[in-house]
Design a protein around this ligand. Structure first.
Ligand SMILES: NC(=O)c1ccc[n+]([C@@H]2O[C@H](COP(=O)([O-])OP(=O)(O)OC[C@H]3O[C@@H](n4cnc5c(N)ncnc54)[C@H](O)[C@@H]3O)[C@@H](O)[C@H]2O)c1
Length: 368
């Protein structure tokens, strides 16, 4: 049988994305853009480690690599950037991208202090580009379902919120002596702060009280290393959140969230990697997710599908499809979560509760 000629259809111009940082997270995002995101193209990769950029580009058929992110910013063929460099470069890369008119997806945290972040976000606002922060948990199906329930009023008025992260490990932390003490707040718990803030949307985090220690690596306690933390977060609507993190769960990557309210409770968190269960003489067993790219494979992909859809809508002058509830994490979310993380660092130093910078004061909390 001869081939049929399909009716001619207009294929939308792809969104061309440049990747900045080709390490662990950047490589996963690159693969998503190149293989899993319809209508997006990975146009270029920048990394001062050219070997890393080159290997990734070769594996995905990307033709442009550079050691300098400025080359991507100056490339008129690039619509948007995905920033996955170490956090200390994020604010200046956001600023450069915005000044060059590139839409920005930035891994968390968007900056390491609020002044840097405000300068970067001012550049974003001035240029009118779209900005999204990599709070991927919002895109995980179970977290989305919980958010939908909270938004629909199913659990009533939120009273207690919970979010936890237990990173996979083997009982010790590689290169722990080189990990800054603030990492647990700025790089790990920042996800949990966003989850709590998102679940309790409309309220502001007002005060945090962080208790943290080196329980996995007690030998590093004296130099201030922190691998375990519990944080209480008080909100302007009276709700109380708890976030906790630990860097070494022997059973895998464990991330959960919960909202308890006046009418009920919702929970999110996938305990097992698949629905498969193994029954044997010892009892019941199941595989658990080991890596972030296993647990959040779909969420990491969907956050970039969302990003590229909004970039396309911006470029083509059409309105993005509206959602029944907030999903896309933007500038205000990046700032709110960073403010919580920074306040935790201060709380550990002071050994007590501290206000979240830029938030309401405790006096303005409801008394009932
Ligand atoms: N959302 C998540 O769940 C998640 C998970 C892991 C990492 N991250 C975030 O992703 C970012 C990167 O983390 P990672 O684990 O991939 O780190 P990584 O060390 O594996 O990779 C960082 C890469 O950036 C490159 N780089 C350094 N300076 C650069 C610059 N100025 N411009 C461009 N590239 C530069 C490095 O050479 C390296 O290849 C961090 O902000 C981290 O917090 C997010």
């Amino acid at each position: 049988m001869a081939y049929l000629t399909p009716h001619s259809t207009s294929v939308p111009e792809p969104v061309r994305i440049g990747l900045v940082g080709s390490g662990w997270m950047g490589a996963f995002h690159a693969e998503s853009i190149a293989r899993r995101i319809p209508g997006a193209v990975l146009g270029a990769i920048a990394d001062p480690n050219l070997d890393s950029a080159e290997a990734l580009a070769a594996s995905l058929g990307v033709e442009k690599i550079t050691a300098n992110a400025e080359d991507i910013m100056a490339d008129p063929g690039i619509d948007a950037v995905v920033i996955a460099s170490p956090a200390r470069f994020h604010a200046s890369l956001i600023t450069q991208a915005a000044a060059a008119g590139k839409h920005v997806f930035c891994e968390k945290p968007a900056a390491q202090d609020l002044d840097q972040l405000d300068a970067a976000l001012a550049a974003v606002q001035a240029s009118g580009v779209h900005f999204q922060i990599g709070f991927n948990r919002r895109y995980a199906e179970d977290f989305l379902a919980a958010k939908q329930d909270v938004s629909a009023g199913t659990v009533g008025r939120p009273q207690l919120l919970r979010s936890l992260t237990r990173d996979p490990g083997n009982g010790s932390i590689p290169l722990a002596a080189k990990v800054p003490a603030r990492t647990i707040f700025l790089e790990t718990l920042i996800h949990d702060f966003d989850t709590l803030n998102w679940f309790n949307e409309g309220a502001e985090p007002v005060e945090v009280y962080a208790v943290a220690d080196a329980l996995i690596e007690p030998g590093l306690r004296d130099q201030g290393f922190l691998d375990t933390a519990v944080v209480t977060v008080r909100y302007s609507n009276g709700a109380i959140g708890v976030a906790e993190a630990n860097f070494s769960a022997l059973y895998g990557y464990d991330v959960r969230g919960e909202v308890f309210g006046s009418m009920g409770m919702v929970q999110a968190g996938r305990a097992t990697e698949t629905a498969s269960r193994r029954y044997a003489a010892e009892g019941l067993a199941a595989e658990t997710p080991r890596l972030n790219v296993e647990l959040f494979r779909q969420a990491y992909t969907d956050e970039l599908i969302d990003f590229s859809a909004v970039v396309r809508a911006h470029r083509d002058g059409v309105s993005p499809v509206a959602s029944a509830f907030t999903v896309t994490p933007g500038a205000a979310d990046a700032r709110r979560a960073l403010a919580c993380a920074l306040a935790c660092i201060e709380s550990v130093k002071q050994g007590g509760p501290v206000p979240v910078p830029g938030a309401l004061t405790l006096q303005s909390l409801p008394t009932t």
